[in-house]
Design a protein. Structure first.
Length: 167
């Protein structure tokens, strides 16, 4: 389980680093596009497409980060005065919903793949649309793997208690 946990931690670190690159890339591309428009009176469609790709990847990498830090699906407002049994039930409901969310994300990418793999961006013709949507599958896969880890840790004798008291 320690190796599993380390692999998940490395994956999150990679996602964090890529998020920072995406933010810097978006800012750079937007400044570039504004400069070109204002000074040369030109516009490049490819910069708009690259910004769209980076934005989608940024969103889904953010979901990976939020889920890892237990900030994606929270029920504090409902559970602030709940007893341990109710907390436990809601924790398992949360994990079931998370598992379904991750699985649906993977299934949706697999379902979309035949259609998006044959379409290419208008200016970036070597890159299929499937690359843009790959972020969905990557995020779904992480959610499933992290949820499995949390369930194993919770159900394993002597495992780490994942159910938090809500203050």
């Amino acid at each position: 389980m320690k190796v599993y946990k380390k692999i998940l931690a490395v994956f999150v670190k990679i996602a964090e680093s890529l998020m920072m690159l995406m933010i810097a890339g978006l800012a750079g591309m937007i400044v570039f596009e504004l400069s070109i428009r204002n000074f040369l009176n030109k516009s490049f469609r490819s910069s708009i497409e690259v910004c769209g790709i980076m934005f989608i990847w940024l969103i889904f990498l953010g979901i990976i980060y939020l889920y890892d830090k237990r900030r994606l699906m929270r029920f504090e407002i409902l559970l602030s005065r709940a007893n341990r049994t109710v907390l436990t039930v809601f924790w398992f409901v949360n994990k079931a919903a998370s598992m379904m969310l991750g699985a649906v994300m993977i299934i949706s990418y697999v379902s979309m793949y035949p259609f998006v793999s044959t379409r290419y961006f208008s200016t970036i013709q070597f890159l299929p649309y499937s690359f843009q949507f790959l972020a969905i599958a990557v995020t779904g896969g992480f959610i499933v793997l992290k949820t499995i880890y949390e369930l194993i840790e919770q159900l394993r004798p002597g495992g780490e208690n994942q159910i938090e008291e809500v203050s």
